[in-house]
Design a protein around this ligand. Structure first.
Ligand code: HEC
Ligand code: HEC
Length: 319
């Protein structure tokens, strides 16, 4: 187990990311800058009250502290807001969906989605064009970011810019990463024991697989027969085998993203661990769970949550 871990590539060395920096073109840079502005812009919601960042707060690794977050028109939220660290590395997006094509398509779910209504812009593409088109900085940015489309403002260009920005969300500076890089040991005995358990006897790594701490795959970790209003993957596939199946969430920065589980039903990491309908999780002693939590704490990356690149941009136009 330990050897496997050492052989794992660091996050920054993964091919997808290198490819992105290799095409560090003016277009790509403008898309990132544009995506950042859009991410923080409440003009993307019907009544101007809600941006992506209303639910995805940088200081919480882009989760929020609520069980679920109501939409712009007060529709109750259906699921807990997930964090967005390293989101560009996931093929399967959201808690339970297996055929979204990527971050661009995903970003249109909050903008246009109706179940629940989040930003409420379904059918209001013209309104977005009008609102953003009035702003000189947006005009310049759309043109630089999408020259082939002559800077046209529509759901397609908006969502591609949001994708480019979110692909820059790399979190790989935690204590755990420092340990992996420099070969140092983790700061406390509890964290060291927790690491050993995580990759060993407690088998957490089989699903929360390093370095993402998610295998980006689907599992049933709550009782199949459990009645709920949200059956996860089977609501998308219609297959009864997918009932109560959800994608493994990443545990990077998990100490910053409470509450937990797709329905926000676990308030603490301890509850989140105990809640798995897996024999092993339920037989862990209190001391062992404390050690696992101490290990998960070492996955927190304060550089990521304080990185000015991801913060709300100043009003001043960069171009
Ligand atoms: C009202 C709160 C809310 C707003 C506003 C919102 N989101 Fe989300 N976001 C969520 C919730 C809840 C989920 C989980 C949805 C699910 O699993 O069905 C989510 C999921 C995501 C995911 C997938 C994360 C993962 O782990 O797979 C991404 C990416 C994302 N949102 C980006 C955005 C962007 C970009 C915007 C702005 C256009 C946005 N969100 C606006 C609540 C929100
Ligand atoms: C069989 C796969 C699997 C194994 C093994 C597993 N988990 Fe999970 N874990 C999941 C899935 C799937 C979820 C999401 C459940 C949901 O929301 O319905 C989850 C959720 C969590 C969460 C909540 C994260 C969040 O952001 O909401 C934590 C913390 C967690 N697991 C820790 C652990 C630990 C520690 C272990 C080892 C003792 C472990 N898990 C073993 C699949 C697994």
């Amino acid at each position: 187990m330990i050897y496997l871990l050492v052989a794992q590539p660091a996050l920054q060395a993964q091919p997808a990311l290198q490819a992105q920096s290799a095409q560090d073109s003016i277009e790509n840079k403008a898309q990132i800058e544009l995506g950042r502005r859009l991410f923080y812009d409440a003009d993307l919601s019907i009544n101007g009250t809600m941006s992506c960042a209303t639910c995805h707060e940088q200081r919480r690794s882009f989760a929020d502290g609520n069980q679920a977050h109501p939409g712009a028109l007060d529709d109750p939220g259906k699921r807990n807001v997930p964090g967005l660290a390293n989101i560009g590395q996931f093929k399967n997006l959201t808690w339970a969906h297996n055929h979204l094509s990527g971050l661009a398509e995903q970003s249109l779910m909050p903008i246009r989605g109706t179940n629940p209504v989040e930003m409420g812009m379904n059918g209001h593409e013209d309104e977005i064009r009008k609102r953003l088109g009035q702003n000189g900085c947006y005009q310049k940015l759309f043109l630089l970011a999408f020259p082939k489309e002559k800077g046209s403002i529509h759901f397609g260009t908006v969502s591609r810019a949001l994708e480019s920005f979110q692909k820059t969300f790399i979190s790989n500076q935690s204590l755990y990463d420092q340990m992996m890089e420099k070969g140092t040991s983790l700061p406390t005995k509890n964290a060291q024991r927790g690491k050993k358990l995580f990759f060993g006897a407690a088998q957490c790594n089989t699903c929360h697989t390093a370095p993402l701490f998610s295998d980006d795959d689907f599992h049933q970790v709550q009782p199949r027969e459990q009645k709920t209003t949200d059956y996860g993957l089977s609501d998308v596939t219609g297959n009864p085998k997918d009932k109560n199946v959800f994608r493994t969430p990443s545990l990077r920065n998990a100490a910053l993203t409470s509450p937990y589980w797709h329905d926000g039903s676990a308030k603490t990491l301890i509850e989140a661990i105990q809640k798995h309908d897996l024999k092993i999780n339920q037989t862990l002693s209190h001391q062992e769970i404390t050690e696992l939590v101490a290990f998960i704490d070492t996955l927190s990356d304060m550089t990521f949550v304080n990185n000015p690149k991801y913060a709300k941009p100043s009003k001043k136009c960069p171009y």
